[in-house]
Design a protein around this ligand. Sequence first.
Ligand code: ATP
Ligand code: MG
Length: 363
Amino acid sequence: MFLNYLKLKNFRNYTYLEHKFKKRKTLFVGKNAQGKTNLLEAVYYLSALSSNRIKKDSELIKFGENECTISGNCIKCDVEVSLDVIINPPKNKILKVNGLKKTKSQEFLRVLQVVNFSSADLMLMRGEPSDRRKWLDLAICQIYGAYYDKLAKYNKIRLQKSNFLAQFSHNSGLLEAFNTQMSIAAANIVYLRIKFLKELEKIAAKKHRTVSQGENLTLDYDCDLPKGLCVKELSEIIYEKLNSIKDDEIRRAQCLFGPHRDDVSFFINEIDAKKYASQGQQRTLVLALKLAELDIIKEKTGETPLLLLDDVLAELDNVRQNYLLNAIGDDTQTIITSVDTLAFDDEFLADVDIIKISNGKKI
Ligand SMILES: Nc1ncnc2c1ncn2[C@@H]1O[C@H](COP(=O)(O)OP(=O)(O)OP(=O)(O)O)[C@@H](O)[C@H]1O
Ligand SMILES: [Mg+2]
């Protein structure tokens, strides 16, 4: 997969930017607050229609303007595809693939495949369980589009059950009906999350072992359920669990059990990495997860996703930096940002398109 072309209009601090990507590796260099992260955010948004820096799409519009546009042109399976997003609240955003309007975001999402690695990803280690669930869900959606619907279904049932618990919990027949539906929807989510994490662990552990020179990485899906079960077995156990906590749920008017409360644990040599790993170890761990994600997407979709590296290379020591640069295959389009080129060795820079960014413009 190759992003040929990017155009931004009134996006963040860019009034207008056009860029043609010429090489597999592009390095955007600029001082702080010039628009480097904004640019990567635009590419990521074109893939995921979301960004971890925003609550509302309107934050992406340049101050004082009413709408913004992000357009891209990529080669996917040897075919050229154009993508346009127009954000103009309060109307719904307009999505176009090859100039044709798409009403469902599903038809637009991940036409462009991207794996993003920035310091914000360290929230995987330092953040809340909800940060890890969000990461896991997004990663699964990248390779298995139907997961998005399964997740939406579970969340809808959970919301309905929460409303029910808050208002009519004396109706035990209806609560049982909710629990039946919820246990099936929950089992689908838990099953896919465990399966994905197992696959990710295999690849990530290998990458992690090389860079950390022998440390052993393991991942665990944190839920109060036995492992190794099929969807049907899971849904039966979840149903029993929900039944056993019925009175508690009614009393507290909350959904107290299910994948919306689960978490992921990371262990380095069997020690809990969230609690005890050093900053460098945490960074390496997240890096290994990202590279593993990229490999899985490549294997499942046959397309190599774009890799976005926002300011992360300069923070790694030489060994890890070289490992990362070597680990990126020549077929991977990589867009990197940095405040300068000092952190990179000459061999790497020889084959990189270096673009200077200043105050929302290429210079
Ligand atoms: N909606 C917006 N409209 C106009 N400017 C914005 C908007 N959102 C953010 N900016 C500005 O964009 C500027 C550049 O932000 P960006 O995060 O891309 O910087 P950066 O080049 O990555 O800097 P750093 O090296 O510090 O990470 C910031 O000064 C910010 O105020
Ligand atoms: Mg930045």
